[in-house]
Design a protein around this ligand. Structure first.
Ligand SMILES: Cc1cc2nc3c(=O)[nH]c(=O)nc-3n(C[C@H](O)[C@H](O)[C@H](O)COP(=O)(O)OP(=O)(O)OC[C@H]3O[C@@H](n4cnc5c(N)ncnc54)[C@H](O)[C@@H]3O)c2cc1C
Ligand code: SF4
Length: 484
């Protein structure tokens, strides 16, 4: 433990954000890089509390406690407090291959379970992680495995689960080829999470690091049909890290009008335009000068708010059918569970400063998308209240609570239902009742011998940190099966 009285002496201090008016002019990261002095003080606040829930990584009642990866947080904090950055980096590397991603985009499940957080603000663990991640890139050179096992493994999908799986298999000496449908690797780290949250140079740097260690990436490779069957012939094992990319769509009149798009399509295009040197975005998909309505009040919706603001939208509204989460933990959500409380994220922060109010409209749903000349011009909404019907909570429309919002661009960010099924059908892979890839109890093995699944495709839509854990666990299972 660094400083015995640190938690009494110091308050939480985050590295902070770039000012709204400055950051909305570009697509650069909105968080400021943390400085070592601030982080030493944060590390000094760690109480090394005997039962560090921050690295527990367990589910209780379906709710998360601590870091799924089991990062050795108190030990790293101790090193950071003493200024031993290299040792802290090595501690992180024991459990976590890509802290540069989660240090930027993780909701920090660890902080929700930090013991100091029971009474005061938790230690700024994610900021420490980001600092260590960026330091690790400078400290450690790529290190290919000393010996190869001779086993060849195909990983399909290069999101965080595919990357984590490939990384560990490669470190264990297996020869790994990652097949990716998109033109760049990274999955949602590249095309999904906006550059403002995670600069794509960071993803490219990790991919390049892995290439130097021996992982082979094949992009523009949409695996399906004969290519899928061939994988089974040409490789000793296959790990499917396809993501859960089937988007939930609204079932309302007007959903097929011009100007109605899914969030993923919209965010992908915006990032691709940025990466391709500012290539033009088709007018129909560009928020410039338009009233934008986003259906979905979650994090993906927030990313759409921030992107639309940078494109120069006239106004932005986010429609959410659920009630606003409470400001403080509810009684059934005590520490050390992840706090399910209302947060005002970067997109809302920007909308409030630019347009004067929070874009989120809770307990509201879309009734119709109104068109003129084949294109969306407005969205009809109605407020709802949740009622119990036959033991189930259902939304009921409130009479007379209808509104019409102008909308030149409507983005649907209503979540994801599961993996796309083409490849799975071609290979004969079974799904479970939730629409995710079915696996044997407590394992990552599918119904097909030698084929494994990990990440959102197996778990359902989740978080980067869980995808990384899934990728690593699938890699271990696959490696053991092949190599003993
Ligand atoms: C807009 C958005 C923002 C998000 N923000 C955050 C955040 O801030 N923090 C956080 O923790 N989580 C966030 N998430 C969730 C997180 O990104 C996912 O949980 C995570 O990326 C899942 O990783 P994965 O590897 O399982 O799948 P994905 O990242 O979806 O990657 C799957 C990859 O498989 C490829 N693929 C699919 N089928 C084939 C095929 N047949 N052939 C070849 N390639 C194929 C796809 O092209 C894709 O690249 C966000 C999600 C979205 C949509
Ligand atoms: S990966 Fe997420 S939960 Fe784990 S230590 Fe980092 S910020 Fe915390």
């Amino acid at each position: 433990m660094g400083k015995v009285t640190g938690f009494l002496e110091y308050e939480r201090k985050d590295p902070g954000h770039r000012p709204v008016r400055e950051r909305i002019k570009d697509y650069g990261e909105f968080t400021l890089p943390p400085g070592l002095d601030t982080l030493k003080t944060q590390a000094a606040r760690c109480m090394d509390c005997g039962v560090p829930f921050c690295h527990a990584g367990v589910l209780a009642d379906g709710q998360s406690i601590g870091c799924p990866l089991g990062n050795l947080i108190p030990e790293s904090n101790d090193f950071i407090y003493k200024g031993e950055v290299e040792n802290a980096c090595k501690r992180y590397a024991e459990t976590h291959p890509f802290p540069e991603f989660t240090g930027r985009v993780c909701p920090a499940l660890c902080e929700g379970s930090c013991t100091l957080g029971e009474r005061r603000d938790p230690v700024a663990i994610r900021a420490i992680e980001r600092y260590l991640a960026d330091a690790s890139f400078k400290l450690f050179a790529p290190k290919p495995p000393a010996a190869r096992t001779g086993k060849k493994i195909a990983v399909v999908g290069s999101g965080p689960s595919g990357l984590a799986c490939a990384d560990l298999l490669n470190k264990l000496g297996d020869s790994v080829t990652v097949f990716e449908r998109a033109d760049r690797p990274g999955g949602l780290l590249t095309y999904g999470i906006p550059n403002m949250k995670l600069d794509k140079k960071t993803v490219a740097a990790r991919v390049s690091f892995m290439e130097k260690e021996g992982v082979r990436f094949v992009t523009n490779a949409d695996v399906g049909g004969k290519a899928a069957v061939d994988l089974l012939k040409n490789f000793d094992a296959v790990v499917l890290c396809l993501g859960a990319r089937n988007e939930r769509l609204p079932n309302v009149p007007g959903k097929d009008l011009k100007g109605v798009h899914t969030a993923l399509k919209y965010l992908t295009l915006a990032t691709r335009a940025l990466l391709d040197g500012g290539a033009a975005i088709p007018a129909e998909m560009n928020a410039r000068g338009k009233d934008v309505v986003i259906v979905g009040g979650g994090d993906t919706g927030t990313d759409c708010v921030a992107t639309a603001i940078r494109q120069g939208c006239k106004s932005v509204a986010q429609i959410e059918i659920m009630p606003a989460p409470p400001e403080r933990r509810a009684e059934n959500n005590p520490w050390p569970l992840w706090p399910r409380v209302k947060k005002t994220d970067y997109g809302q922060e920007e909308a409030i400063e630019l347009f004067g109010s929070d874009p989120r409209r809770y307990l509201t749903t879309v009734k119709e998308i109104v068109g003129a000349g084949g294109a969306a011009v407005a969205v009809k909404t109605v407020e709802v209240e949740w009622k119990t019907e036959n033991g189930r909570m259902v939304p009921a429309e409130k009479p007379g609570a209808e509104k019409t919002l102008p909308a030149g661009l409507v983005l649907t960010a209503m979540g994801f239902t599961g993996p796309e099924t083409n490849l799975l059908k071609d290979m004969g892979i079974e799904l479970n009742a939730r629409g995710a890839i079915a696996v044997k109890e407590g394992s990552y093995s599918t119904n097909l011998h030698g084929v494994y699944a990990a990440g959102d495709a197996r778990r359902g839509p989740s978080l980067v940190v869980w995808a990384i854990l899934e990728g690593r666990k699938a890699a271990l299972e696959c490696h053991k099966a092949l190599n003993g």
